[in-house]
Design a protein around this ligand. Structure first.
Ligand SMILES: *Cc1c(COP(=O)(O)O)cnc(C)c1O
Length: 386
């Protein structure tokens, strides 16, 4: 499979050989019991929680192939992948360097549970590699970042993360949910562990919860050991849906890259818009880094209106196509105000420090006709002036 391009791997990598009863799709193994074969050892027993049904095997191989890793594991959610990975790689007693502004669930896991588990962490600024040294401890085991942050789409200094991890013997972990392997393949750059919320772009249809970890075989074995006990397995029907969704990942993400860039450009040119954040725009603070590292800048963008929170609320009401709702990566364009959704749990001061104003709007660009989206946003923005 190695010689093929991403789109080919998405279609064919991981297919069982020979095909099961000739089936082109991997049949859903909706069984919790498998007959024992005489002479089989304990490790040959198939059981869904042990992530070893043909559905898991095929998906693991496909995910490893598309991220360029040795092995992969599907999990019951993105958070199952994240928590099992951190427990496996940090315990006992480990310390983590954690990117400031990571996904809320990841941050609250570290903030709320690490101490109780005998673990610790410090936040680092993704753009200030010079300062990371000051947070380093004897027990620091890993550095954890995201491809780009939510909702401001800041792009951390990924090359510096790899260099820092190498210099200090740390495991470099990245949540690649926002970029997807279509736009960024972190293992090729030097990351050790790639995590995903499969709920978002990998599945891409807003209809299942799943997660994934891609890493070296020994690393995946260690994470699987913990995951099997924590119970974060993906059920076989969800495996089937995820495998189906993955086949169109590249087509979807490339279309979303194009629509998001077009929308970001149009928003930036509109008189009612104060500021747009999209790594594909020259005005983005890490635009040069995004161009260096990413094949495309993804389907997520955020922006602020001159009219602040009141105008933001009015815009959401006037838009016809975007669904007012959280999450991301599906076929429907979604719009939210992070201060009232993903970041509602923070104090106003904490949001201020992160640069998330009350009027900030975040868009997950879907798969509607680009022209229809631009027209809808244009009409809703024009109407704000009246
Ligand atoms: C949604 C999300 C997660 C959590 O994934 P779940 O599938 O909801 O558990 C983790 N990281 C990022 C960047 C996300 O967007």
């Amino acid at each position: 499979m190695d010689k093929y391009g991403l789109q080919t791997k998405l279609i064919h990598a991981g297919d069982p050989q020979p095909r099961i009863a000739g089936a082109v799709g991997v049949p859903i193994f909706q069984s919790t019991v498998f007959e024992l074969v005489e002479g089989a050892d304990y490790h040959d027993i198939r059981y869904p929680r042990l992530n070893n049904l043909p559905n898991h095997d095929a998906l693991g191989k496909k995910l490893a192939a598309i991220e360029g890793g040795e092995a992969a594991l599907v999990t019951s959610s993105g958070m199952a992948a994240i928590s099992a990975t951190l427990l496996a790689l940090l315990a006992p007693g480990g310390h983590l360097l954690l990117l400031r502004g990571v996904y809320g669930g990841t941050h609250t896991f570290a903030d709320g549970s690490f101490k109780r588990l005998g673990l610790s962490y410090d936040l680092i600024d993704g753009d200030a590699a010079d300062s990371w040294n000051t947070k380093l401890r004897q027990e620091t085991k890993a550095i954890y970042v995201e491809a780009m942050t939510n909702p401001l789409l800041d792009v951390p200094d990924h090359r510096a993360v790899i260099a820092f991890a190498r210099a200090h013997g740390l495991t470099a972990i990245i949540d690649n949910t926002f970029a997807t392997p279509v736009n960024f393949r972190p293992i090729e750059l030097g990351y050790d562990v790639v995590l995903h919320s499969g709920t978002k772009y990998l599945n891409g249809h807003s209809d299942l919860v799943a997660g994934a970890v891609i890493a070296s075989s020994p690393c995946i074995r260690a994470i699987k050991h913990d995951l099997d006990h924590l119970g974060g397995c993906l059920d076989p029907h969800a495996c089937f849906l995820l495998a189906r969704g993955l086949k169109t990942l590249a087509l979807r993400v490339r279309a979303q890259n194009g629509s998001a860039l077009a929308l970001a450009t149009a928003l930036e040119a509109h008189r009612s818009v104060a500021k747009v954040r999209y790594p594909g725009l020259a005005s983005h603070p890490q635009h040069a880094r995004a161009r260096d590292l990413f094949g495309g800048c993804g389907g997520m963008l955020s922006f602020e209106l001159h009219g602040g929170a009141a105008a933001a609320k009015a815009l959401i009401e006037r838009l016809v196509l975007p669904v007012h709702g959280p999450s991301l990566g599906g076929p429907e364009t979604l719009i939210t105000r992070p201060a009232r959704s993903s970041h509602a749990g923070l104090t106003a001061k904490e949001r201020d420090e992160l640069g998330i104003g009350d009027g900030l709007l975040r868009v997950s660009v879907g798969l509607e006709e680009s022209a229809d989206l631009l027209a809808d946003f244009g009409a809703a923005l024009d109407a704000l002036d009246h």
